[in-house]
Ligand binder design. Structure first.
Ligand SMILES: Nc1ncnc2c1ncn2[C@@H]1O[C@H](COP(=O)(O)OP(=O)(O)O)[C@@H](O)[C@H]1O
Ligand SMILES: Nc1ncnc2c1ncn2[C@H]1C[C@H](O)[C@@H](COP(=O)(O)OP(=O)(O)O)O1
Ligand SMILES: [Mg+2]
Length: 182
């Protein structure tokens, strides 16, 4: 699942898991867990995330790969949230793991994403949900992540979902895209 910061990826992933039972792997959650562990590596990651930048490709890909291996025997399928964030990440994923069958592109306007993140920041406790970092994350999204969507569009696996709608309506479209796979 791809989309800008605050577009609603996490919200939709939770609903997909409830309905389909896929294994949800969020690169952001994996990174925040490493930060919460208090490790040296976590400290380095925290500094990068607080600035709204991308962490090194190898770090995040290794984390996803390890999480996938841990669940490989019992998973009904993997729902990956927040990865790839740049074309190179997609290429490396395919070399090391495999090709995705569907890319759900959760699309909201820039101003909507900013509003949602400012609101989320009131309670999230996330170091990156502040005005300055949000702006940087959004810029980086347009620069680095939108090309990922173009790349997979040329493969014919992208389903673009309008995320300006209420959560349940967005989910209706997400579920339709997943059901169309079957
Ligand atoms: N369709 C929607 N309409 C209104 N608010 C939404 C919608 N989807 C998500 N939100 C809210 O926007 C914020 C960001 O959503 P989240 O799922 O955390 O996005 P992401 O994981 O893409 O950053 C959350 O506070 C969430 O409750
Ligand atoms: N695939 C990836 N590559 C590099 N950095 C990543 C990454 N996924 C997450 N990060 C880092 C940088 C992001 O700004 C931060 C938060 O990610 P996130 O939780 O997926 O954000 P959001 O759900 O708000 O879009 O973690
Ligand atoms: Mg999220």
């Amino acid at each position: 699942m791809a989309g800008g910061p605050g577009s609603g990826k996490g919200t939709q992933c939770e609903k997909v898991v409830a309905k389909y039972g896929y294994t949800h792997l969020s690169s952001g959650d994996l990174l925040r867990a490493e930060v919460a562990s208090g490790s040296e590596r976590g400290k380095t990651l925290q500094a990068i995330m607080q600035k709204g930048e991308l962490v090194p490709l190898d770090t995040v890909l290794d984390m996803i790969k390890d999480a996938m291996i841990a669940k490989a025997g019992v998973s009904k399928g993997f729902l990956i949230d927040g990865y790839p964030r740049e074309v190179k990440q997609g290429e490396e994923f395919e070399k090391k793991i495999g090709a995705p069958c569907l890319l759900l592109y959760i699309d909201a306007k820039g101003e909507t994403m900013v509003k949602r993140l400012m609101k989320r920041g009131e309670t999230s406790g996330r170091a990156d949900d502040n005005e300055e970092t949000i702006k940087k994350r959004l810029d980086l999204y347009y620069k680095a992540t939108e090309p990922v969507i173009t790349f997979y569009t040329s493969r014919g696996i992208v389903r673009k979902i309008d995320s300006e709608l209420p959560v349940d309506e967005v989910f209706g479209h997400v579920a339709k895209a997943i059901d169309d796979l079957k």
